[in-house]
Design a protein around this ligand. Structure first.
Ligand SMILES: [Zn+2]
Ligand SMILES: [Zn+2]
Length: 244
């Protein structure tokens, strides 16, 4: 889709159920979400590429990463980010900015591949609160190898004119979303469609569930009031129009 002069391409990085030690029934992952015991959650792992009218590119999230990524313990690896970027005609070297919504392994694992930055010419935007709360292993794997390419932001910041990040804490302390016109790329502020009907439905792996509810409710209300669109990480369909 195109919004406010910016092209937005969904990139489907991987699809599959949660595995390993994090796997739980949907009734436990989303208490009060109305799921049945037998329902299964098949997650999609979406990243997004934005390209503005001047041809500048922003990658939002980097997916589950390669075979040996930290996400391998629970997510379907390897991700196919490279192939998805090729499909839309963009090379890794051409990415100007990468927004990492948060440092969970299904969003950050594609930033560093084989110990080297996967997007060598991009600055990588991360919230200060996310870096400060991160474990050493995450910093070693996702942040330190980027060196000077890390751009630490605090709160709202412009990526390029018309493309902004917003601090949306709760799922993690430094979670951020991206806003372009009336489109919000929501990262893990919203995990499952049941939370659209009732944003107070918690997610088991929200870091601060109460704050996550406040953030989710506020953000969804804003988008709904504008009859805007959310681009989600884990829904089956990348785009969902609200309030329409
Ligand atoms: Zn997450
Ligand atoms: Zn996620």
């Amino acid at each position: 889709m195109t919004v406010a002069g910016v092209e937005v391409f969904p990139l489907c990085n991987a699809v599959g159920p949660m595995g390993g030690t994090v796997r739980r029934p949907l009734t436990e992952l989303f208490p009060g979400g109305g799921h049945r015991e037998t329902d299964e959650w098949v997650l999609h792992f979406h990243c997004y590429l934005l390209r503005d009218a001047a041809g500048r590119t922003v990658l939002v999230d980097t997916g589950v990463g390669p075979e040996d990524s930290p996400a391998a313990s629970w997510a379907p690896v390897p991700g196919v980010l490279g192939a998805e970027l090729a499909r839309v005609g963009v090379a890794a070297e051409e990415i100007d900015a990468v927004v990492v919504t948060h440092l969970h392994s299904d969003h950050a694992s594609g930033v560093v591949v084989g110990g080297s930055p996967a997007f060598p010419n991009a600055r990588h935007l991360l919230q200060r609160a996310e870096i400060e709360a991160a474990e050493e292993t995450a910093l070693d794997r996702f942040v330190r190898p980027l060196g000077e390419r890390v751009q630490v932001v605090e709160g709202g910041a412009e990526v390029f004119p018309g493309i902004r990040v917003l601090h949306t804490p709760g799922h993690t302390p430094g979670h951020q979303v991206v806003r372009v016109g009336d489109l919000v790329l929501t990262g893990d502020v919203v995990l499952h469609p049941v939370q659209l009907a009732d944003p107070s439905i918690p997610y088991l792996y929200d870091d601060d569930p109460d704050l996550a509810v406040v953030t989710r409710t506020k953000l969804l209300e804003q988008v709904e009031a504008e009859r805007g669109v959310i681009a989600t990480a884990h829904f089956a369909e990348p785009f969902t129009r609200l309030g329409g």
